[in-house]
Design a protein around this ligand. Structure first.
Ligand code: UDP
Length: 387
């Protein structure tokens, strides 16, 4: 089976990193069509995944855009739609990985007469999307998609609550290659030395910088912790949140935390950086669709604290494999940091537990098999293999 994957982003967010794992086994029988150029394209090339940038200019519609704004962009979309329709005829299936990809993919599915799969990596709630965008997503998915793969029960529930058809949906979590998250002691020491983290209690935050990812909550919590507690903020403002970056720097200065907060920008050595941490904090203030970093921290054998909303609640069982705190509550987060600082033995046992559970639950081979089986059953293909 030949698959045309579509993704709107030129930059690698969680949905894009997940797509790499799904598309990779298909080799030359896959093509990833992007609607923007950028570092995600290079990443796909590094993984030997065929990729082509199909749009000549970025699509000017955003999660909060109104109906009129969407309509206004239609003219700009026509050349892209024509290109995708043409490409789609060379493939058996269109696999839309983002919301704009769903819009283009739905039209291409209609004109090229190819089935459409929508991989839903978002929570279609009012915190994340305008009403127009929510309506558009469920209407197109209901009308054109044969299958909607939700990345968590939280994403599935929000889709159904927004009017999506339940019988179209299946939940498949993101997959991970456990061995990628093993780091040798030498590398950990090297990084600790380079980042001047020796002797510190390091809390890591791994996420693009955006207000709803809640980096400011961790900074506030840090001010309530002893001086040896240090934070590394790993990630960049991928979608133009420069004002928030400024605010974070101002907050750090106002709290006199300059020596205790390190902004590391976007990094591709996440497992190594996580290995230097004593605790990984996930602080999203709105429901997280899945929360890759939570699983990644577990696979690194690190204790993790996440906010109690959305997909994170399906990943963390409090006291068993991590901690859950109320979103937007720095005080509660500070309490967990202080607990981890003092109860190291219990916390280490919990982190080992988490690593074991995550390795079983999220192994990329099993997850890819789930997707393969779903495609096989939906499209009535007896032997759908990756070879
Ligand atoms: N990530 C990365 N480099 C960074 C920051 C984050 O590669 O500097 C990765 C992180 O390891 C995770 C993904 O980006 O795999 C973020 O996924 P998540 O589901 O946590 O959030 P999303 O970006 O989808 O909202």
């Amino acid at each position: 089976m030949k698959i045309l994957f579509l993704d709107q982003s030129g930059k690698p967010g969680g949905a894009e990193l997940c797509l790499i794992d799904i598309a990779k086994p298909y080799g030359d029988r896959a093509l990833v069509g992007l609607f923007a150029d950028g570092s995600f394209k290079s990443l796909l090339q590094q993984h030997q995944i065929p990729v082509e940038v199909l749009a000549t200019q970025p699509i000017q519609v955003y999660k909060s855009s109104s109906f009129l704004k969407g309509l206004g962009s239609l003219k700009q979309l026509i050349p892209l739609i024509i290109k995708v329709v043409k490409k789609a005829r060379e493939y058996d299936l269109i696999y839309a990985n983002t919301q704009k990809a769903l819009v283009i993919g739905a039209l291409a599915s209609f004109f090229a007469r190819r089935p459409l799969v929508y991989h839903l990596h978002d929570i279609l709630s009012k915190e994340h999307f305008s009403q127009t965008n929510r309506r558009l997503a469920v209407t197109l998915a209901n009308r054109f998609a044969s299958l909607v793969i939700a990345n968590s029960q939280a994403s599935q529930t929000a889709f159904i609550q927004a009017g999506g058809h339940r019988d179209l949906t299946a939940v498949v979590y993101n997959g991970f290659e456990p061995k990628v998250y093993q780091t040798c002691e030498f590398e950990v020491r090297r990084l600790q030395h380079k980042l001047r983290l020796e002797g510190k209690f390091v809390v890591g935050h791994f996420s693009r910088i955006a207000p709803w990812k809640g980096q400011h909550i961790l900074i506030d919590a840090l001010a309530q912790c002893p001086p040896q507690v240090t934070a590394i903020l790993v990630g960049d403002a991928l979608f133009g949140e420069q004002d928030y970056v400024q605010q974070l720097h101002q907050q750090v200065a106002a709290l006199e935390l300059e020596t205790r907060v390190k902004f590391l920008g976007f990094r591709s050595d996440i497992p190594q950086l996580m290995a230097t941490c004593d605790l990984v904090a996930h602080t999203s203030t709105a429901a997280e669709p899945f929360g890759r970093v939570i699983v990644e921290a577990m696979l690194c054998g690190k204790p993790v604290v996440a906010t109690k909303a959305g997909g994170a609640m399906e990943l963390v069982e409090p006291g068993i494999n991590g901690f859950l705190v109320k979103p937007g509550e720095p005080q509660e987060l500070a309490q967990i940091i202080n607990l981890c600082l003092h109860q190291t033995e219990n916390i280490t046992i919990m982190a080992k537990n988490a690593k074991y559970i995550a390795t079983q639950r999220f192994d990329v081979t099993n997850i890819n098999q789930q997707i393969t089986q779903l495609l096989a059953s939906k499209f009535n293909i007896a032997a759908l293999n990756h070879s």
